[in-house]
Structure formats: structure tokens, C-alpha cells
Design a protein around this ligand. Structure first.
Ligand code: MG
Length: 217
């Protein structure tokens, strides 16, 4: 908790937090779909096809299916994910943000609920480099904070000195649960749950400013 000169606690949420001085973060964890790469997965279509009820995650719904149905649904989902990965395109400012963060000496990680093969296709296709890349085969997935804690541990970064950027509520919930700094990328309409994030940005070009690092090459 930071105190101002007369001893009152500073509100470290929202825009105020984006003005925190340098040396606040040691690592940044990026979400993949809809954050680093253009949203190509049709989540509404996938939910409809698999009959996933509102409020339940797609992976969690598949996990809860009886075995024969589960394996068919899982195979079908992976097919969708691989097809989307093959078409992946960087979001505006993604390459610049990752490069600026690496140049500033911060650790970088990619963390996705996507499957490992799709993640590796995206990383290769777009020539993205991270200190660590974590798919759903690698351990706990968002919205649990456990995966964030493990990723931070592997990067040698304290969760409270890590920033996590993502475009979905699960990204924000996971970051908050881990004690990391949650950054919501809301390039379109601001979602109803946006206030759960510590900081909301409209573009990845805002990342250096939020992190207190230089964006210039
Ligand atoms: Mg996403």
C-alpha cells in the first residue's frame, strides 16, 4: 500500500495505477486469443455447437461431459483451434509491446487456455518470443490464479510484480486471484465486468505507458 504525503492510502486502481512510477513490474503475462492475436475463434459458435450453458467455460463444460461425448467434443474443439491458429494475425501494437517489454529487461510469458499445438503454431507463424509459453496442457488454466503463480515462479518473478494483460473476464479473475496486476484490453465496447480489472486499455500501444517503460526503440 502506498501512502500520499498526508498519510492517506492512495487508490491504486484504474488510471491512477497507470501512473505508478518505473520499476513496478518485473514480468508481463500475455493472453493469446483476442489479445496478442486477432480474435479468430468463434466462441459463441463453439458454445452453441457444444451446448455450453451460459456462465460455464468451454473447457470446463467438455471436462464435465460423459467420456464418449467428451473425447468427440475435445477433438472437434482442437480442430477449431488449429484452424484459427493457422490464420493468426497479430493485434495492433502486439509486436511493439512485447519488444518494448523485452528491451526494458522484464520477463515475458504467454498464457492461454488454447491447446499447445495451436499456441506453437501461433508463436512460429508470428515469430513471437517469450521466456515462457503456457498452454492448457501445462497446468492450471485461467480463471484459476494457480497457473499465473506457477508461471511467475518459473520466470523468477513475484506475482505482485507481474502484470497480466487479456481481453476476457477469466484473464482478469486469474490475475487478481494470483495477486498480479490485471490489465484488461478492451479494444471495442467496454464490458460490464471491466471494473474488476486494475487497469483498462484500448490498445496494446498503451502498454509501455501503463508499465512505466519506454516504448521507443
Ligand atoms: Mg483472450
Amino acid at each position: 500500500m502506498r501512502l500520499n504525503p498526508i498519510g492517506l492510502a492512495l487508490d491504486m486502481t484504474g488510471d491512477a495505477a497507470s501512473r505508478v512510477g518505473e520499476d513496478r513490474f518485473d514480468g508481463v503475462i500475455f493472453d493469446m486469443d483476442g489479445t496478442l492475436v486477432e480474435p479468430l475463434l468463434d466462441f459463441a459458435g463453439i458454445r452453441s455447437r457444444l451446448g455450453v450453458p451460459p456462465g460455464q467455460g468451454i473447457l470446463e463444460a467438455i471436462e464435465a461431459m460423459p467420456p464418449p461425448q467428451r473425447s468427440g467434443a475435445s477433438r472437434w474443439l482442437v480442430g477449431q483451434e488449429l484452424a484459427a491458429a493457422a490464420e493468426a494475425k497479430l493485434m495492433p501494437g502486439a509486436a511493439e509491446a512485447v519488444e518494448a517489454i523485452r528491451r526494458a529487461g522484464l520477463k515475458t510469458a504467454l498464457m492461454t487456455r488454447n491447446t499447445r499445438r495451436a499456441m506453437e503454431i501461433v508463436l512460429t507463424k508470428l515469430s513471437l518470443r517469450f521466456d515462457l509459453a503456457w498452454s492448457r496442457e501445462d497446468g492450471p488454466v485461467k480463471p484459476s490464479g494457480d497457473g499465473i503463480v506457477l508461471v511467475c515462479r518459473q520466470m523468477g518473478v513475484l506475482p505482485r510484480r507481474a502484470a497480466c494483460v487479456g481481453d476476457f473476464e477469466y484473464d482478469v479473475l486469474a490475475a487478481n486471484a494470483a495477486g498480479a496486476y490485471s490489465i484488461l484490453l478492451a479494444s471495442g465496447e467496454r464490458p460490464s465486468w471491466a471494473d474488476q480489472a486494475r487497469c483498462v486499455i484500448k490498445s496494446l500501444f498503451e502498454m509501455p505507458g501503463v508499465l512505466g517503460i519506454s516504448g521507443a526503440p
